[in-house]
Design a protein around this ligand. Structure first.
Ligand code: 5GP
Ligand code: MG
Ligand code: MG
Length: 178
């Protein structure tokens, strides 16, 4: 495994995102919707750095994919989401890769009539974007590698790693031997 972002770098990036978000929503109430499960660690850190009246809800989006780049069908579940009608809403996800996931979740949320809808992602992969949409807040641009840690998984493992690491082919062999 190769460390791409250390705990300190992640902390600094999240602090910068929090500052930008706090400035954008100054004097307003904010509703944050976390896209499960990958954004959990980011959201936990981020919301404690934003001093605004805030509501927090979750939405789940699963595309059933592993380290490969094949995209499965996206299943969105908004049942546990807090009420976002007439609210300033910020959708938070872990990573913007092709962008299809974020765009589909944003479309689903627009149906609920928020006053405003923006997005924040911890990571964006270079040269992978396939949609005509750019997240409003971006923590880091990273190279096109499969990353885990700080909430991101491979087959539901590694979410608890405190830093962000790139999985290499040798790691995958090892992973399947465990
Ligand atoms: P997109 O729809 O933007 O192509 O894919 C976004 C979703 O794919 C992310 O929310 C994440 O679940 C998954 N994904 C994309 N790239 C990576 C990666 O490098 N590592 C991990 N763990 N998940 C990724
Ligand atoms: Mg995701
Ligand atoms: Mg995943």
């Amino acid at each position: 495994m190769k460390t791409l972002l250390s705990e300190q770098q992640l902390h600094d990036g999240v602090q910068r995102m929090a500052r930008e978000i706090a400035e954008t929503y100054a004097d307003r109430h904010l509703t944050i919707i976390a896209v499960l499960t990958g954004s959990l660690v980011l959201v936990a850190d981020l919301i404690r750095l934003i001093d605004l009246p805030m509501r927090l809800g979750v939405i789940s989006a699963s595309s059933y994919r592993g380290a490969t780049t094949t995209r499965g069908e996206l299943v969105i579940n908004a049942e546990k989401m807090v009420d976002i009608a007439d609210r300033d809403v910020l959708l938070v996800d872990d990573i913007f890769d092709t962008g299809h996931t974020l765009v589909k979740v944003m479309e689903k949320m627009q149906d609920h009539g928020p006053t405003s809808l923006r997005s924040a992602v911890l990571l964006r992969k270079a040269a992978r974007q396939e949609v005509d949409y750019t997240p409003d807040f971006i923590g880091f641009d990273i190279p096109d590698e499969f990353v885990v840690g700080y909430g991101l998984d491979f087959e539901d493992l590694y979410r608890n790693l405190p830093s962000l690491v790139a999985l290499e082919p040798i790691d995958l062999v090892q992973h399947h031997a465990d």
